[in-house]
Design a protein around this ligand. Structure first.
Ligand SMILES: Cc1cc2nc3c(=O)[nH]c(=O)nc-3n(C[C@H](O)[C@H](O)[C@H](O)COP(=O)(O)OP(=O)(O)OC[C@H]3O[C@@H](n4cnc5c(N)ncnc54)[C@H](O)[C@@H]3O)c2cc1C
Length: 474
């Protein structure tokens, strides 16, 4: 075991003194992600290569201190928040697009590459990286892999796991390994799919082989207003039931539309009870027919307005509104808590009305913006954490909202992950045997609980607590 100063010195020995931080202010900055909780940081380190990352993991392990991998810290489930004094391994300096293969439509990228930067960099090739979380201007590809991130366009394209061929990572022992490969269907166990979404508990990602997607030749974007949330939800169900798979189908309620409009002036109808942002992509003839079909279904469900974006600028403005939704909330209160559950699309209306009822009962300011096409709800509570008892009230309401989603046949998380935020709710969807099986899988990668301990699995799972062997040589 190393003393704290020895730990810092040993980390400096790996990456140099300018890339290790232990000042209380730095420790505070890296103690939190974009969620509501924080935790204790022993040191912050910024490796620039897989070898340096491996060196940091070995040092932390020898010191008996856990490692928490971190990207941009935009996670909303506390995945990058330590639960005990930890070495924060921040991957943002490994932000190089290493190699693009236009022929095979793949690219090796560093984990610190910002999601949107990758697609911007590829603009001249006519390709892009399909997962597009609303945080894409700041979140990293490593973080997307960590959380199996989704986004508005994942309705048609699938979440991050569908766009990752291989992951190079540093194991809990400090070895550098690659899971997956450049073949789309490699032989053997698909460990790539185990690692994607494992929230930093199975390895520290140091390089990713991503699939690139061709930009669609034509895109149509519709803004549709409704007098009731029920009409909007019925439109979503009917569009999906028609067999059409829109590129995106997003919904916002009145409170959110007003907040966004006041912030971005995207031209959203502030008198609507709900709006849908629907997008279809493909060949020109097809997209016109599909846009017509969505407009017809909306009209059948009493849409009060349907507007087709006339050009790229208009389309970009409509999306800017949607993707700025969480920023818009800062106008009303200093803090927000964003939920993430999934419900069957056919039960959207029922669950939404239960969620509004919970919000009213707890007296909280509730806004809704979500990926309606795949039933991924994001009730958002705007509040002031400085008011005593406010955070507890918000969290109690959150737990009830999760419960009603699960009772409707839904799931704990659509895209933000489990982290520390929902780990104690895992028992709502998994029995003890399921949890034990997941713990055993995790122990196969990290028997001593070096990597991001205390995340995903609830207390009492086999590997919740670190085994006493941490600190021993691998
Ligand atoms: C305004 C806003 C909008 C958002 N919209 C969406 C959305 O539409 N869809 C969506 O899915 N999410 C969304 N998110 C959540 C968040 O942006 C995503 O989860 C994103 O993938 C996190 O990336 P990050 O780089 O910030 O990762 P971090 O927050 O730093 O880490 C997230 C998790 O990944 C692990 N991790 C990070 N890097 C590595 C690595 N190199 N190796 C191993 N593990 C690693 C961490 O340990 C942690 O468990 C949003 C967040 C905000 C603030």
């Amino acid at each position: 075991m190393l003393r704290p100063m020895d730990l810092i010195a040993a980390l400096e020995g790996v990456v140099g003194s300018d890339r290790v931080r232990a000042h209380p202010l730095d420790r505070r900055v890296f103690a939190k992600d974009a969620g509501v909780k924080d935790g204790p940081v022993a040191a912050v380190v910024f490796p620039e290569s897989a070898e340096e990352t491996a060196g940091c993991v070995r040092v932390a392990r020898a010191a008996g201190v856990p490692v928490v991998p971190r990207g941009a810290g935009t996670g909303l489930a506390g995945g990058a928040v330590p639960i005990e004094p930890s070495v924060m391994v921040v991957m943002t300096r490994m932000n190089r697009i290493v190699e693009v293969d236009e022929q095979s439509r793949t690219a090796w990228v560093g984990p610190g590459v910002i999601n949107l930067d990758l697609s911007r960099d590829l603009a001249s090739t006519g390709l892009h990286f399909a997962p597009d979380p609303s945080s894409q201007q700041s979140c990293t590809i490593g973080g997307n892999v960590g959380t199996n991130a989704g986004g508005p366009h994942c309705l048609a394209e699938g979440t991050t796991v569908a766009h990752i061929l291989a992951v190079e990572m540093v194991t809990a022992d400090g070895d550098i390994v690659i899971v997956g490969g450049d073949h789309p269907d490699p032989v053997g166990l698909d460990l790539r799919a185990v690692v994607v979404g494992s929230e930093g508990t199975m390895g520290v990602t140091t390089r990713v082989l991503v699939k690139l997607t061709e930009n669609p030749p034509a895109v149509r974007t519709l803004l549709i207003g409704f007098a009731t949330v029920e009409d909007a939800a019925a439109t979503v169900s009917e569009v999906i039931a028609s067999g059409l798979v829109p590129a995106a189908l997003e919904m916002m309620d009145r409170a959110m539309v007003r907040a966004v409009e006041n912030y971005v002036h995207a031209g959203y109808p502030t008198d609507a009870a709900a709006v849908l942002l629907a997008e279809v992509a493909g060949h020109a003839v097809g997209v016109d027919a599909e846009a017509d079909m969505i407009a017809r279904i909306a009209a059948d469900n009493d849409a009060t307005m349907v507007r087709l974006a006339q050009n790229d600028a208009e389309r970009a403005l409509l999306w800017k509104g949607r993707k700025s939704a969480f920023g818009a909330i800062a106008q009303s209160a200093p803090d927000y808590y964003l939920h993430d559950t999934v419900v069957p699309r056919t039960r959207l209306v029922e669950v939404l009305s239960q969620i509004y009822e919970i919000g009213e009962r707890y007296g909280i300011a509730l806004l809704n913006v979500f990926h309606a096409g795949d039933g991924n709800l994001h009730p958002l509570v705007s509040f002031d954490a400085a008011v005593p008892g406010e955070l507890d009230r918000v969290m109690a309401a959150a737990t009830e909202m999760v419960r009603v989603s699960i009772e409707a046949g839904g799931s704990l998380s659509g895209e933000h992950g489990i982290g520390m935020e929902k780990r104690d709710l895992m028992g709502l969807v998994f029995g003890p045997d399921d949890l034990d099986a997941q713990a055993r899988l995790r122990e196969a990668f990290d028997p001593d609980g070096v990597l991001n301990p205390g995340k995903i699995l609830p207390e009492g799972s086999r590997c919740f607590d670190r085994a006493p062997t941490i600190g021993a040589a691998p």
